[in-house]
Design a protein around this ligand. Structure first.
Ligand code: MGD
Ligand code: MGD
Ligand code: SF4
Ligand code: MO
Length: 755
């Protein structure tokens, strides 16, 4: 037998499932990947993608060595250089730019590709004496913003919702713009468990998705119109007296008084010079204003004169909004039959009901208004804080226990970064001259590719660090080969908490070819920049502090050495019953109540989740005639974004970009299955093979995100995507979310050579 061993690690791909992997290594080569034991068997498993990990790791197009550009940006002309030459050049250019333009002239951008400790954030915070620019996010954020508004929720991904295992206690489960059958395979079983336990699983999705196939009921709004549906559901809930009045009075902002003149909440300080500006007011039965918490039965509805102020209860204002969304109007906007709107509202009210939003609804310009309306449905009906009842964003297969690990690497006080959301490229005044990209910024992180290319072209210096030669690489000055999360020079790479367990990400094989782990590249650059002193601890030291230094009772008794001795995984010390969020019904908002009314947004007219008609996907949009199809880019089952774009087995199943569209839409354009077609709008175009499918209602189309530039016949899906910036998000959060799916196109047959 040759030198063979099995190493357990945790999948790091950004499907987020964190499956435990048992990796067979023969003579230092990865030969097989199988599921490793998980302390909770419900989370044990492996998808087809990760069966192909050996093909990914040893793919022929792995970048073989550091490269330096020799032709113009985008030309693809490069020469090989040594690591020392490449790193010296980066350090020299960075130093020169920092000297001339300050730390903010260097910007860092990270892949979500393989979440691990080494993402250059330490270097970014330290470089140039602190304050470098940090390109971040712009993705997966708006749905959280809305939940934050109403519930005070601060986290990401699954955490606002009850634990996945709680779904079996729901009678009704609304899966809203989420496709776990393909994007969260590790948690799909909980949806099926809920259905098998008797829950009505309602999938709200414009297309007949792989998840909708398993649902009790598929409800199909036109893309981007979900808020009209939610307002219609609220209409029925309120008008049919299906809300929980006691809960609404006690736990929501509904009885608080709002000034008609400013749209701000009435405060004690508005009525008396001695009154507090943080004391909000409600009206009691006798017509006296009082603290909402002091009165047993506040007035839920009404307009009143209080001193010199005309005021209304927040509930009255909400009712005024939803009154405009009777089911027949909702049918006209969304295409959902009015009887279905009524039935869905009644079903939801009966509860216990859970709403799990996904990111399908996140990628529209006003996505946060939808989750605000959803959280309003939950709180007005008391569908929160109890078994089977909750509202949250669900994805990434992560359990919903929040566990605090020990302290990460310590940085000096002056270390910092200035954030620039990806979407705001070129719109901020930061003097960015150089971009350091971990991963594929151009192809993956940015909408409106021409704008992004123009931006890259104008920079002085661009570095890409990746496993594969990808789109941004062609626009870079230096390209460095990174090791994958399976490769390393130290035995332990990271620690992951998922599904009630803690697991080690162990190194499986040494770096492939001439690649280096991101952590080593970061350290080598830091040393050249005089920052080596901050990188003296090994990754294993850092992981040890995270685990052994954790104060959280859930981590008690769990140590790095203990994990190493027991196959790399241990159950958290948490109760066996599923975690319920907001069980104490205290919301970490300013009023301690669920706030469907956001006074800061009154000047923008968005104090309530109003239905805005100014975004591209809506049938009423000014471009709807010219570009009649809404082009979504639902995440594809056989990749995690672009990762696995090149593995043989996944390509056998789905070898090339497909433009999926309804048979009627295809026929009207003279297109048949397999024809080449061009989807275009005023921003750009993309050419791909047509896949005719009745899963897509007329007027909708889809081209899954994540294909690499070289896989398209011409163009790129990012060339047509929408990069508009939402003003309310920017005002309230300082950054906006990218409305990728809020994209209209027209489609026509493609003839080679046409432009
Ligand atoms: N296999 C695979 N898994 C992944 C990823 C991947 O690339 N591949 N990516 C990971 C990441 S980072 C993320 S953010 C998640 C995303 O995963 P999901 O949350 O599932 O999001 P999407 O795939 O964008 O869209 C989900 C569904 O929303 C629908 N949808 C589109 N527009 C609308 C609309 O207007 N209204 C409604 N109600 N539905 C709409 C789409 O048709 C789709 O079926 O997946 C993660 N998991
Ligand atoms: N049009 C459109 N665009 C989208 C989306 C969409 O729905 N539509 N979804 C958006 C969403 S939700 C997300 S989360 C983003 C994801 O965007 P990314 O996180 O950028 O996507 P990935 O394809 O996973 O990774 C990008 C690159 O990083 C490299 N990479 C992976 N792991 C590592 C590593 O450990 N080290 C280094 N150095 N490189 C690595 C990969 O090889 C790949 O080339 O995409 C966004 N882009
Ligand atoms: S389902 Fe996700 S976490 Fe699990 S093996 Fe596949 S890519 Fe990795
Ligand atoms: Mo994402």
């Amino acid at each position: 037998m040759s030198n063979q061993r099995v190493v357990n690690t945790v999948c790091a791909h950004n499907c987020g499932g964190r499956s435990p992997l048992a990796c067979t290594v023969r003579d230092d080569r990865l030969v097989r990947v199988e599921p490793a034991a998980h302390p909770d068997p419900r989370y044990q498993g492996l998808c087809v993608r990760c069966l192909t990990l050996p093909q990914w790791v040893y793919a022929e197009d792995r970048i073989a060595s550091p490269m330096r550009r020799t032709g113009p940006r985008g030309s693809g002309e490069f020469e090989r250089v040594s690591w020392d030459e490449a790193l010296d050049e980066i350090a020299e250019r960075f130093t020169g730019l920092v000297d001339a333009h300050g730390a903010q002239s260097i910007a860092f951008s990270r892949t979500s590709g393989s979440s691990q400790l080494a993402n250059y954030s330490r270097l970014a915070a330290l470089i140039g004496g602190g304050g470098s620019a940090n390109f971040f996010g712009g993705v997966d954020m708006a749905v959280h913003m809305g939940l934050n508004n109403v519930l005070g929720f601060k986290g990401m991904f699954g955490q606002a919702a009850n634990e996945w295992t709680d779904r079996t206690r729901a009678k009704v489960y609304l899966v809203w713009g989420n496709n776990p059958a393909e994007t969260s395979m590790t948690s799909m079983r909980f949806l099926l468990d809920a259905r098998d336990a008797g829950a009505r699983v309602v999938v709200i999705d414009p297309r007949y998705s792989a998840t909708a196939m398993h649902a009790s009921w598929w409800v199909a709004p036109r893309p981007g119109t979900d808020l009209a549906l939610a307002l219609g559901l609220l209409h029925v809930l309120i008008h049919e007296h299906l809300i929980d009045v006691g809960f609404t009075e006690k736990h929501t902002i509904a009885p608080l008084l709002v000034r008609d003149d400013t749209g701000r909440l009435l405060r004690a300080s508005d009525l008396s010079a001695h009154g507090s500006s943080s004391e909000y007011l409600a009206m009691d039965a006798s017509g006296t204003t009082t603290s909402p918490d002091a009165v047993r039965k506040p007035r839920l509805e009404g307009r009143f004169q209080v001193g010199s102020h005309q005021v209304s209860t927040a509930f009255t204002l909400l009712k005024g909004l939803v009154d405009k969304f009777p089911p027949d109007r909702v049918q006209a906007i969304t295409g959902i039959a009015e009887d279905d709107v009524v039935e869905l509202a009644r079903l939801y009210a009966a509860g216990p009901s859970t709403i799990g939003f996904g990111y399908g609804v996140d990628r529209y310009l006003h996505a946060e208004l939808l989750t605000r309306a959803g959280a309003t449905m939950a709180t007005l009906t008391g569908n929160i804080g109890r078994p089977g009842a909750g509202v949250g964003v669900q994805s990434h297969g992560i359990g919903t226990r929040e566990v605090a690990l020990g302290p990460g690497p310590q940085l000096p006080d002056w270390a910092s970064t200035e954030s620039i959301p990806n979407i705001e490229v070129g719109t901020r005044k930061l003097p960015v001259r150089a971009l350091f990209c971990q991963g594929d910024w151009l192809n993956q992180r940015m909408a409106d590719m021409q704008r992004a290319r123009d931006y890259l072209t104008g920079l002085d210096f661009v570095v890409t660090v990746d496993h594969f030669w990808q789109t941004t690489a062609d626009w870079s000055d230096i390209v460095l080969p990174a090791s994958t999360f399976l490769e390393g020079t130290e035995p332990v790479r990271d620690v992951a908490v998922a599904g009630n367990s803690v697991m080690l990400r162990q190194t499986v094989i040494p770096p492939v070819g001439d690649s280096r782990p991101d952590s080593d590249i970061e350290k080598a650059l830091a040393q050249r920049l005089g920052l080596g002193g901050y990188f003296e601890d090994s990754i294993q030291d850092i992981v040890r502090t995270l685990i052994d230094g954790a104060q959280d009772p859930a981590m008690s008794g769990i140590t790095l050495d203990g994990l190493l001795a027991t196959g790399g995984a241990a159950p958290l010390k948490v109760p066996q019953t599923p975690n319920v969020q907001y069980a104490d019904l205290r919301f970490p908002t300013r009023t301690g109540r669920a706030e469907f009314y956001v006074e800061e947004l009154a000047p923008l007219g968005e104090a309530l989740p109003i239905y805005r008609e100014d975004h591209e996907a809506l049938p009423a949009h000014r471009t709807a005639q010219q570009y009649p199809l809404v082009l979504m880019q639902a995440h594809a089952r056989q990749r995690a974004h672009s990762t696995f774009f090149n593995t043989r087995w996944t390509l056998e199943v789905w070898p090339e970009p497909l433009l999926e569209m309804n048979p009627e839409d295809a026929a009207a354009r003279g297109l048949e299955d397999g024809d080449l077609a061009e989807a275009f709008n005023s921003r750009g175009h993309v050419v791909a093979k047509v896949a005719v499918s009745a899963d897509y209602p007329p007027g909708t189309a889809n081209l899954a995100e994540g294909w690499k530039q070289q896989q398209y016949v011409a163009g790129n899906v990012q060339a047509v995507t929408n990069g508009n910036i939402n003003a309310a998000q920017t005002q309230l959060w300082g950054h906006a979310n990218i409305p990728f799916y809020d994209t209209r196109v027209e489609v026509r047959p493609w003839q080679e050579g046409t432009q």
